[in-house]
Design a protein around this ligand. Structure first.
Ligand SMILES: [Mg+2]
Length: 376
C-alpha cells in the first residue's frame, strides 16, 4: 500500500510537499503542489479525503507516473468506506454543496422554466449498475421503459466511453442519440426513411485516422496483460478500456506499468482513468464535454439561451461535460455517487435506482404540464 503523510491540518497552501512512498516497490517520491483552491475531494478508502485534495493538484515527475496512476486508480475506484466520523462530516459537507437532485427536484424544474430540457446520460454506473463483467452491464427493463418515456418528452443522448454499437446493444432504443467512445463516434436517431437503403447516418467521427493504431495497441495489450488475472481489455473502436474491476489491488502497479510501456511507442495516444478502468484515447481534443456541445449544436441549440441541458454521469470522464455546463451557465450536471468526490456537477444521485426515480419524475412533470397546457 502506498503510504502518505499524516494530515496535520496546517495551512500548507502554495507549498511543495514531498510525499515519500517508502513502502512501495518502486520506492519513489512525488512532489505535490498544494493549492488553496480545491473543492471537496474523492473518498479515498486507503487515502484520507484531505490527502486526496493534495493528490488532485500533484505535479509528478516522469519517473513517478506509474505510482500516480495507481493512486488515481484507487481514487477513482472506491471499494471500501472509512469508519471514522470524518467520513460523516465530509459526506455532510459534500451533500451541502451537491444536494440530491431528487430533493431539489422542484428547484431544478423552476430553473428550467421556459427552456428546452435536453438530457445527456452516461451508461455504466448511471443507467446500469457497475458489475464484475463489463459485458454483462445490462440495464433493467424498468430503466429502459423510463428512458424510452424520457426520450418522448425531451431530446435524449447516451454518452458513453464504450463502443457505440455495444452501448446501443445494451440500451436498444432507436430514438436516442448515441455518443460512443467518449463522444468520438456520434450518431443521431435512426430516421424513419421511406428508402430501406438509406442506412444509418453517422453524424460525427473525428478520430477515424486512429482506427488502425487503436487496433494495434488493443492486440498488444490483450497479449501483455494476459499474465494478470482478471484484466479485461475492451476495444471500443475509437478508444480502449482496460478494466481492472476484477484485478487484485496488489497487481495494479504491474498493470499500470504494462499499460504505460505499451503506450511508449504511441505518443498520439493518451491515458485517462475512469471508474475501475484505464482508458486509452487519441490525443485529439475531444471528450464527453465536446460531444455534449456538438450534440447541442446538432439539435439546433448552439447559441440558444433557452436550452437547459442536464447531464447525468458517475465517472471522471463525465467531468468534462459537467464543466462545459458550468462554463456555459446552462443546465447542470448530476454526479452519480455514494461518496463525496471532487466534481463540477451541481447535484448528486446515489445510484442508478435514484437516476431512474429522477427521470420518472421528469417524465411525470412533463406529462402533467402538457395535460395542463391542453386544458388551457
Ligand atoms: Mg459511467
Amino acid at each position: 500500500m502506498v503510504s502518505f503523510f499524516e494530515d496535520s491540518g496546517k495551512n500548507i497552501a502554495g507549498q511543495n510537499v514531498m510525499i515519500t512512498d517508502a513502502k512501495s516497490v518502486l520506492n519513489m517520491s512525488i512532489t505535490v503542489t498544494v493549492s488553496a483552491q480545491n473543492p471537496l475531494a474523492s473518498p479515498g478508502h486507503n487515502i484520507s479525503i484531505k490527502t486526496m485534495k493534495l493528490l488532485r493538484n500533484h505535479e509528478i515527475s516522469a519517473g513517478a507516473r506509474v505510482n500516480a496512476w495507481v493512486d488515481s486508480m484507487r481514487a477513482s475506484s472506491p471499494t471500501r468506506t472509512k469508519s471514522t466520523s470524518s467520513v460523516t462530516d465530509d459526506q455532510v459537507t459534500w451533500n451541502l454543496h451537491h444536494p440530491s437532485a431528487l430533493q431539489m427536484f422542484e428547484q431544478i424544474i423552476d430553473a428550467s422554466k421556459g427552456k428546452q430540457i435536453v438530457m445527456f446520460l452516461d451508461y455504466d454506473g448511471t443507467l446500469s449498475p457497475i458489475v464484475e463483467d463489463p459485458d454483462r452491464a445490462f440495464m433493467s427493463k424498468k430503466m429502459r421503459k423510463t428512458v424510452r418515456k424520457l426520450a418522448k418528452c425531451f431530446p435524449t443522448a447516451i454518452v458513453s466511453g464504450r463502443c457505440r454499437d455495444k452501448v446501443y446493444k445494451f440500451v436498444k432504443l432507436a430514438e436516442l442519440y448515441y455518443a460512443g467512445s467518449h463522444g468520438l463516434d456520434i450518431k443521431g436517431p435512426e430516421k424513419r426513411s421511406k428508402s430501406k437503403n438509406d442506412g444509418e447516418s453517422v453524424l460525427f467521427q473525428p478520430a477515424s485516422e486512429f482506427l488502425p493504431m487503436i487496433d494495434e495497441v488493443y492486440k498488444q495489450l490483450v497479449d501483455t496483460t494476459k499474465s494478470i488475472p482478471g484484466v479485461k481489455v475492451e476495444n471500443n473502436k475509437f478508444c480502449l478500456s482496460v478494466h481492472f474491476r476484477c484485478v487484485d489491488e496488489k497487481k495494479w502497479i504491474e498493470l499500470a506499468q504494462q499499460v504505460r510501456s505499451a503506450l511508449k511507442e504511441y505518443p498520439k495516444l493518451r491515458l485517462t482513468q475512469g471508474r475501475k478502468v484505464l482508458e486509452i484515447r487519441p490525443t485529439i481534443k475531444w471528450d464527453k464535454g465536446k460531444a455534449l456541445e456538438f450534440l447541442l449544436e446538432s439539435l439546433g441549440f448552439a447559441n440558444c439561451t433557452d436550452v437547459f441541458p442536464v447531464y447525468i454521469g458517475d465517472d471522471r470522464t463525465d467531468e468534462d461535460a459537467f464543466k462545459i455546463l458550468r462554463d456555459r451557465g446552462q443546465g447542470f450536471g448530476i454526479l452519480v455517487s455514494k461518496f463525496p468526490k471532487e466534481t463540477s456537477a451541481s447535484y448528486s444521485l446515489q445510484e442508478p435506482d435514484e437516476v431512474m426515480d429522477f427521470l420518472r419524475r421528469l417524465v411525470e412533470w412533463k406529462q402533467l404540464s402538457l395535460q395542463a397546457q391542453s386544458r388551457m
